[in-house]
Design a protein around this ligand. Sequence first.
Ligand code: SF4
Length: 305
Amino acid sequence: MTIQEIQAEILRLKKEKDICILAHSYQGQEILEVADYTGDSYGISVEAMSAPQNTVLMCGVRFMAETCKVLSPEKTVILAAPDAGCPMADQMDRAMIAKVKEDYPGYAVVCYINTTSELKTICDVCVTSSSAVQICEQLPQKDILFIPDQNLAQYVAQKLPEKNIRFLEGGCPFHAAMTVEDVTRARKAHPNALLLVHPECPPEVARLADYVGSTTGIMAFAEHSESKEFLIGTETSIVEHLQFSCPEKQFYPLSGALMCPEMKKTTLMDIYHCLKGNGGEEITLSEEVILGARRCIDEMIRLGG
Ligand code: SF4
């Protein structure tokens, strides 16, 4: 079958079986084209809450499917590629952070959405990359332990000098690999391009950017900007998606190394097999984990995230 034939069959099957497909923005264009909702992990999970379908197929990594299950526990949530995980989310678990918390009495524990649901149960509030600064600012505590992304933590700390933000060593290995040399090289090759980066990149790279923001923020900035050329400092699929949606502009990756292999594990054939009932993994979480993680996410919503 050609890609178009597989896509047509997926569209037919999802309608016949009444299944909602979610695709994170880091998925390939061919997957975004068959999805009902696309965007960042929290945004698509929120969309799934009000979707009419009772079954949701997540094209992304495991913590995203868990977030979806926590927000819609009554729905069947399937992860299309069961071996797709997020190295950052897997860096810290509940037992480790429970122990670390003993060293930080009185600190608010803030976790990035890129964490397991189990870890969220012992954190005070969850944040996304677009809400992290706002949520930390709203917290009554001055002292904050921010996990697991040290680069996002430093970005928040720089925006909120009145807070005492501590962090552990951790983060996205692909965004963290960006260097000042990458910026110098890319700017030399494309001197007229604006540099847009994700706050998961190191602070010395973010300091050189024309815009720092979430994936959704980067895409919106590029789409509305009057500039014609952009260097993209986040997962390379965003370069592809922006080039597709803004063909009159030029997009270049900050570095070819910014490619997440976990996000590339989901294929069109995985989706096809899931819809046929022959693939994927249904996400199951204990009631304790669902309630605990939901409290952490609800606190983010209460604080305006
Ligand atoms: S890009 Fe980084 S943070 Fe996102 S899923 Fe891959 S490893 Fe995790």
